[in-house]
Design a protein around this ligand. Sequence first.
Ligand SMILES: *Cc1c(COP(=O)(O)O)cnc(C)c1O
Length: 383
Amino acid sequence: MQKTWIEIHAGKFKENVKFFRERLENHVTLSLVIKSNAYGHGLEEIARLGEKNGIQHFCVHTLEEALEIKKHVKKATVLIMGYMATDEVEKAIAQEIEMVCFNLDFIETVSKTAKGLNRDAIVHLKVETGTNRLGMGKEEIKILIPILQKIKNVRIKGLYTHYANIEDTTDHSYAQDQLTRFLAIKEMLDAAGIQPEQLHTACSAAILLFPQTHFQLVRLGISQYGLWPSRETYLSYLHKKKTNDVEALKPILTWKTRVAQVKNVSEGAFVGYGCTYKLSRDSKIAVLPIGYADGYDRKLSNQGYVLIKGKRAPIRGRICMNLTMVDVTDIPEAAVHDEVVLIGNQGDENISVEQVAAWADTIHYEVITNLGSHIPRKIINND
Ligand SMILES: *Cc1c(COP(=O)(O)O)cnc(C)c1O
């Protein structure tokens, strides 16, 4: 019996993949972004589930993640979208892992390393269009072009960019400007005879809202897990697609723990470190064996609730490193070993990731990526 675990609902994941497949033209490759332990869902678990559902393309941030995927999905095509140390390049080339280039000197390193291995490195160029994160702007691309025209052992397979302001607003003009800049750089490369076969720009919000951003490949992150990128994206989607399919995406994750202890505590007593909660009545307090070391945000202290026996039990006092206290006075049947839901459904009640994010004053992306990697992930196949 485990003290905490995460259930991944395979059927719901399948429905999400199907939902996106049906919205992409046939020539568009659906790539799953499974960086940061698949947004906390479990890298191995999601890579395997992806493969089961016919997906062979994955995007990650590090070489470590890419190598892990290659272990579990033999035929996987993997693109590393993040920084690579010089000594990592060789491993990537040897395993045919695709790499991003966002620095001029990187391309020389890659070429030299590939020559040494007598192979071709597969590279995607990252274009700066307005996020001012990783990427090369117009001037750098101008310098890069003559280098690319001569370079050996490097195959420029992709050209891509990332939107800065697509989830956070219902005004999509900034994203439109980025797309225009992206296409201008594509034209520059085109004129120089450099024509990458895969253009890609779309994250979840762009996939959902703008088919003109799809090109040859899309990078599906948060929404494969059944989560909307934001409320703005959700509303824009319903409005734009003239649909009221409010449950188009299915959240695939449930986070559970168990009751470790139940105790009676008198009116006027305090709960937890710092005595931040004083009981206003004689109470029953349940102690849960999870805390901020598991990714249960300390900002949830005295905020929100968990589910026990299908009912809401409010969090009392501060979240500790490994323990959390909740009030079960109104759930008299609560007992040691009972299952507790921290995120997900129990009975008729639900705690959404968005709700937890609101309590913790952050975004749902952060709530799920913070889920401890030590927590076991279990695939649930029959619900
Ligand atoms: C994380 C990431 C994505 C996926 O974004 P979502 O909003 O989760 O779909 C796509 N592209 C890049 C470059 C990313 O870093």
